[in-house]
Write a protein that binds this ligand. Structure first.
Ligand code: SF4
Ligand code: SF4
Length: 434
């Protein structure tokens, strides 16, 4: 099978401190769960319980407020003991309900009734997906129901892309999920395709993952719409929306198939769609890659949403030494975590602690003009020039237009021998220009 990729730039990204892609282990249930009311891109959910209230596992505790917002559920049974609020590294404030674990579980370890979905309309499926607060389980956490709803006026054909492209080793938790929950991911894909009235499914796989693709195809059985497999290159950032679409369009052209509008979704999101529709279950846990050079025993864990990051690190043996940076997501594009009491949320596919900042450390030697950053930028930007502009007095009043094109992949920072904080400065400069 031919492998399709984007045309310019990119890097081969490896990291020895990533947990091995073996099987997952289940993390301890937290005694205190911190459930943020904003785990999505839009407004925080409106709390529907108060301090002192008892909550059941999976019970609604916050109602989404409009576009970009999603419902929030209790992930353990117990009592709301307090509310907390904290400032995140980006300067935004988040607030959360703190639930003390008490009483029995209704879903964990219980027989799960299965609800058929084949006779449900796309509208009914969208309503269930919204009710259970399903969001994209990475990035900014866009509500899936919003994504599906936005397709209602699209006239062109729509292709759902099951995005199993693992160009970043920190996606190992989603890789393990894909293997351990292949049946649920595959069925979630067909449910989402029906909910969005999509015309076709393409399973986008990293090269070398044909076996995983065959497993997913087998689990889809006789689908009512065409399902194809597509092999993507393994250069980072192949998984990124822009680079993935470039490769998919080349694939579509070659195979004479009109892909129309492309909607990529990750395996964790589609497994969550399955759980919402077939099991009437909100997102209670997430597969998380826990690692980094400061962690004694990196591993892939199934973690209840609301578990504090410090507890997860403790379960992995703690730190070998004082970490230089702690964060959530991939060190390349992830966000810095300032407080170990911050919890795992729906979008936390990885949490890391590193001894030396892998990216974005203050440049020690200053730019040496090697040009490496220009070679790897997939968009063809000049990161060095944009960085210098961002640092200059001029940039306080205006921003160079091309900074807005940066999608923050971080390739330039990784290759910079002087460890210049290129990505961070360019993104800040672009935001200022908005
Ligand atoms: S972070 Fe921005 S400037 Fe740097 S390589 Fe990626 S797209 Fe280019
Ligand atoms: S990679 Fe770093 S040192 Fe080399 S030109 Fe770019 S900013 Fe300068």
């Amino acid at each position: 099978m031919k492998v399709y990729s984007f045309l310019r730039g990119g890097i081969r990204y490896s990291d020895s401190a990533v947990p091995p892609r073996g099987s997952s282990v289940t993390a301890f249930l937290p005694g205190l769960s911190v459930i943020p009311l904003a785990q999505h891109i839009g407004n925080r959910a409106n709390p529907v319980v108060s301090v002192g209230d008892r909550v059941r596992e999976g019970m609604l505790i916050g109602r989404g407020q409009g576009l970009g917002s999603a419902n929030i559920h209790a992930t353990v049974p117990g009592r709301v003991v307090r509310t907390v609020s904290w400032k995140m590294a980006e300067g935004l404030t988040n607030d959360a309900m703190v639930i003390k674990l008490e009483g029995g579980f209704e879903k964990l370890g219980r027989y799960q009734e299965v609800f058929p979905w084949q006779s449900l309309s796309s509208f009914e499926l969208q309503r269930i997906i919204a009710e259970y607060g399903i969001v994209e389980m990475e990035g900014s956490g866009r509500p899936v129901s919003d994504m599906l709803y936005s397709l209602r006026s699209v006239k062109d054909p729509v292709t759902l892309v099951l995005r199993c492209v693992f160009d970043d080793p920190w996606l190992s938790a989603d890789y393990v999920l894909c293997k351990e929950r292949a049946a649920e991911v595959a069925e979630g894909c067909l449910i989402a395709a029906r909910a969005g009235r999509m015309n076709r499914v393409v399973i986008a796989l990293s090269e070398g993952e044909k076996e995983l693709g065959a497993m997913l195809m087998d689990n889809m059985g006789k689908a009512e719409i065409p399902v194809d497999m597509f092999l993507a290159g393994s250069r980072y950032p192949q998984r990124n929306g822009r680079e993935l679409e470039l490769a998919l369009r080349r694939y579509g052209k070659k195979h004479g198939g009109e892909l129309g509008v492309i909607l990529p979704m990750g395996p964790a999101t589609l497994a969550a769609v399955h759980d919402a529709v077939k099991l009437k279950k909100p997102i209670l846990e997430r597969y998380v890659a826990v690692g980094g050079s400061a962690i004694k025993k990196p591993q892939i864990m199934k973690v209840r949403i609301g578990t504090r990051i410090g507890e997860i690190f403790a379960e992995c043996g703690g730190f070998v030494d004082k970490p230089r940076r702690i964060g959530a997501g991939s060190p390349l594009m992830g966000r810095t975590v300032v407080d170990l009491d911050e919890p795992v949320v729906k979008t936390s596919f990885a949490v890391f602690a590193v001894l030396q900042g892998q990216t974005g450390e203050k440049g020690r030697a200053g730019c040496i003009g090697c040009g490496e950053c220009r070679l790897v930028c997939p968009i063809g930007l000049d990161p060095e020039a944009l960085y210098k502009y961002a640092q200059s007095a001029k940039s306080r009043d205006s921003t160079p237009g091309r900074a807005a094109e940066c999608h923050g992949c971080g390739c330039c920072e990784v290759v910079c021998p002087s460890h210049m904080p290129l990505r961070t400065s360019i993104i800040r400069s672009a935001l200022k220009g908005n």
